[in-house]
Design a binder for this molecule. Structure first.
Ligand code: XMP
Length: 525
């Protein structure tokens, strides 16, 4: 199902619409949406300004109110159209969302001066409660984060659980299918949290757990065929996960009507260009135009040292190269892009029909007149990876780290030259191989080498050396907005260092970057 798919039934409470997660400004809304999807039920995030009519139009199987940072009583605190409670759609309020349910339906929310933060003991006072039914109807630990408390449940509600400082830690109105929990079932610190969510999704909303990677692929294949018909589509491959999975999915749908364009700017990591060609041309049998443009890029980059000018130079040449390669397929009307759900949430728009802004990979031009095909618009990154696995893409592509569009160009400080690229590729390959051998691929967000524009003195085999240092950069992160330097084991750093110095000509020193983001950025330029 796409982000704006039209459900097929007419009943407002039809369980085949999405579960809507109403965002009250918590960092938890995305997490809730993901947990729902992990229960194999499709979910989407909507703003709290959504009206009851708009909710009804989506025919959701259920609605979940997220937590939020404010008190329901402060001026400007986000509320929701109360007509939502009359839609006969199941509702689950979480934390702030629970308090809003209580307030809007006539209960009492008060600042008791006794909030709860962190792990809290929960006493399930009604073992027959829908959310706690079965094996989880027992005292348990939950994660709390609230300063106000629901002190009186609204009429028609039964209090089903309490905690030391939350007399109404959970409540239900079974007849109206409205439930509320003061704690956060979506975080891992609530051990039975996922079970509680599943009770809401399966028992209260009646959702079948049918949203799987296989069903996503089937639905998307159908949607792509309907959109493209007998037309032709092109897709720019960057070597990254998103464009790779998007291409494989579109190819599954329309086969030879898809042509991929891979602009090889000579700034890829070691072996990467070959891998892209191998994977897509040889194994997936996708028609691929491989543009070997390294010489042109190096020529244009000669003398360019300013980071912004370098990015611009690479971006512009990339666009021109892509344009002239795709110009050959003059009947192509569709452009495949690997836009992900977080981008859609951020941009707040769901109907980007033409390219208007820069592309996240290569920076495609504003004036290309294509209709976009975006088969990953409804998916989070980890879901994209699983779709990729399901489509048979190799692990090295599916689990690849993020890589900047300008490639190694922004990891070579100062002027870029083929010689420097070769040094960096070799050092970078060692860093990534050692991370892989240490089993840290999925723990580390990115790990790579940087080549600064300096040289230092060293001694090797009684000889004085005067050569480049390599800086190792390894970070942990959730979304690249913030990052921390990875606490790699010393012996791993030691192995990287000695291998780089022994195996890479032109390097006599290795340093480890211990800067978080902020204040640093992940890339050096
Ligand atoms: P910074 O260096 O800003 O990077 O902390 C954040 C994340 O974005 C990646 N990055 C890029 N990705 N095109 C991309 O597609 C780019 O021009 C680009 N520049 C940085 C970077 O690798 C990190 O994951």
């Amino acid at each position: 199902m796409t982000a704006d798919a039209t459900p097929s039934t007419s009943s407002v409470s039809s369980p085949d619409g999405p579960v809507l997660v109403v965002d009250f400004g918590a960092q938890y809304a995305q997490l809730i949406a993901r947990r729902v999807r992990e229960a194999h039920v499709y979910s989407e995030i909507v703003p709290h300004t959504i009206t009851a009519a708009e909710v009804a139009a989506r025919r959701p199987a259920g609605v979940i109110f997220s937590g939020g940072p404010k008190s329901v009583h402060v001026e400007g605190a986000p509320h929701i159209d109360p007509a939502i409670y009359d839609l006969q759609v199941p509702v689950l309020g979480i934390c702030y969302g629970a308090q809003l349910v209580a307030l809007q339906l006539g209960g009492v929310v008060a600042n008791t001066g006794r909030g709860e933060y962190g792990r809290t003991d929960l006493d399930v006072v009604r073992p027959d409660a829908v959310l706690f039914a079965g094996e989880i109807a027992e005292p348990q630990t939950v994660w709390m984060s609230h300063f106000d408390s629901i002190t009186t449940a609204p009429e028609g509600f039964t209090v089903t659980a309490s905690s030391p400082d939350a007399p109404v830690a959970a409540m239900e109105d079974v007849a109206r299918r409205i439930h509320a929990v003061q704690f956060h079932p979506e975080v891992v610190h609530t051990p039975h949290g996922q079970e509680i969510l599943k009770h809401f999704l399966y028992q209260v909303c009646g959702c079948p757990p049918t949203w799987t990677m296989v069903s996503i692929i089937e639905q998307q294949v159908e949607a792509i065929r309907a959109q493209v018909g007998t037309g032709r589509a092109i897709c720019g491959l960057s070597g990254g996960v998103d464009s790779a999975v998007a291409a494989a999915l579109v190819h599954k749908a329309i086969g030879p009507q898809l042509t991929c364009v891979f602009v090889d700017h000579g700034l890829m990591r070691a072996g990467e260009a070959e891998q892209v060609v191998d994977t897509f041309q040889k194994h997936q049998h996708i028609e691929l135009i491989h543009v070997r443009a390294a010489d042109q890029f190096f020529e244009r980059l000669a003398g360019v040292t300013d980071p912004e000018e370098k990015r611009k130079t690479i971006g512009e040449l990339f666009i021109r190269t892509f344009e002239s390669a795709s110009g050959g397929i003059d009947d192509a009307r569709f452009l495949v892009q690997g836009t992900l759900y977080p981008d859609v949430i951020e941009s707040g728009t769901k109907d980007a029909a033409k390219i208007k802004s820069h592309h996240n990979v290569g920076g495609l031009p504003d004036d290309m007149d294509f209709e976009l095909v975006e088969p990953l618009r409804a998916l989070f990154k980890d879901e994209v990876r699983r779709v990729g696995e399901e489509l048979g893409l190799p692990e090295e592509i599916v689990w690849r780290q993020p890589f900047p569009g300008p490639g190694l160009g922004v990891r070579i400080i100062g002027e870029v030259s083929p010689e420097k690229v070769a040094i960096l590729q070799n050092a970078d390959a060692i860093v990534r191989e050692e991370i892989h051998l240490a089993g840290l691929d999925r723990e580390v967000w990115q790990a790579f080498a940087v080549l600064p524009d300096i040289r230092s003195v060293g001694v090797m085999g009684d000889e004085r050396t005067y050569a480049h240092p390599i800086v190792i950069r390894a970070v942990t992160s959730e979304d690249a907005m913030t990052a921390d330097w990875a606490r790699l084991p010393y012996d791993l750093l030691e192995r990287m260092s000695s291998r780089i110095i022994n195996e890479v000509d032109g390097v006599n020193r290795v340093a480890y970057d211990i800067t978080s983001k902020p204040p640093g950025t992940i890339e050096w330029e």
